[in-house]
Every structure is written in structure tokens, then in C-alpha cells.
Design a protein around this ligand. Sequence first.
Ligand code: ADP
Ligand code: MG
Length: 217
Amino acid sequence: MTEEAATIDHAGVLAWIRRYAAVIEEHRVELVRLDTAIGDGDHGTNMDRGMKKVLEKLDGSEGDDIGATLKAVGMTLVSSVGGAAGPLYGTLFLQMGTATAGSSTLDVGALADALDAGVKGVQARGKAEPGDKTMVDALLPAVAALREAQADGGVGPAAAAERAAAAAEEGMKATIPMEARKGRASYLGPRSVGHQDPGATSSYLLLRSAGEAFATA
Ligand code: ADP
Ligand code: MG
């Protein structure tokens, strides 16, 4: 087994985005099912349409500026995905892009900084706090796990992303007993209890895709 590299490069980030698009396609029906239970049933189709547009956009992109690529992803999502998730995921990627502007490689600390900035953007835009039953409930534990990996030292990006995915998965499952306080699901009040949040699920998939892509990048 070769030792894991300490950084991921632009190709690693591209592999992450492409992997996420494939994983969203695979999970489209599940995300629709989750959103049908507590929303309007469009989350899987929204995300799949957006990520397919992102793939088209990436095909024509050049250079090795990770920030520029993440910003392009964000802009594509904002302009092609409706509903709440488009602008929120768009903001996540735009802020990650701003945090990584001009970088051609990212170490675990830079990854943590990027996701941290992205989640802060999501919270600034959507005003969701932990416990509101949203994507934030999966993303915040992922940031904490990346910070821990950074503090531990000697943890490469793939292993750190796997830790972040495990934390996001726990956060996703923890949305099941929550009552939604943001987004469409909040209209259901107590009837939103007992269902896993679709956005927290797609956010867990984002981290899982990173772990998978970085492991082979
Ligand atoms: P819509 O609710 O407009 O149909 P989607 O179905 O694509 O949009 O996305 C729903 C997901 O968006 C929810 O499961 C939740 O995770 C997330 N979401 C909704 N509102 C907010 C918010 N204010 N802050 C953070 N996430 C939110
Ligand atoms: Mg919806």
C-alpha cells in the first residue's frame, strides 16, 4: 500500500465533483422519496439536474485553480437548480471556491477551511442552526471531523474525508427524530418527525464522494 499524499490537487477536486454527480444520479430516487415524505419530492431531480449541468460545465474548463473550479460549480448550481437546495448548495460551493481561490493543491487544513467557509455561507443564507433538520446538521459535524483530523496531524485528505463522511452520516441520521424548523418540511411541524432530511442526505453523499474520490486521486 502506498502512503496517502498529504494534499489533493485540481484533478482530485474534479474527481470529487464527478463522483458526486454519479452518486447523486444513483441516489436520485431515494432523495425524491425522502423529499416526498416531508417536502415536495423534487430534491433528487433538482440535485441530479444541477450536477449534470456541472459536468457539462467542467468538460469545457481549463487550468488548475481549485477555487475557480469550485466557484464555477457553485454558479452552475445557483443558475440551474430551483428550490431551496440550488441556492444553498450553490453558496456552499461558491464560498468553498472563495476560500481556495488560487490554490492548486489542498491539505487537510485547507479542506477544513473551505468546508467551514461553505457551511458558514449556507447558514448566512438559510439561517439554519444545528437541530433545525437541514443539510447543516450533516455539514457541521463534517467540518468538526476535518478540524479534528487537522489537529491530529498525519491524516491525509482521503482519510480525513472518510472521517468527515462518517460524522456527516451520523448527523444525517440524527435528523430523523428532529422536528423541521427551516424549509418546506417546517410546514409539517411535528409531522416532520420520524423522517430523514433529504438535504442532510445529499450532504452526507457529498462527503462520502470526497472520501471515495480522494482515495483514488
Ligand atoms: P425545496 O425545499 O425548495 O423543494 P429541495 O427539495 O431541493 O428544495 O431541498 C430541500 C432541502 O433543503 C431540505 O431537506 C433541507 O436540508 C434544505 N434546506 C431547506 N431550507 C433550508 C435552510 N433554510 N437552510 C439550510 N438548508 C435548508
Ligand atoms: Mg423539495
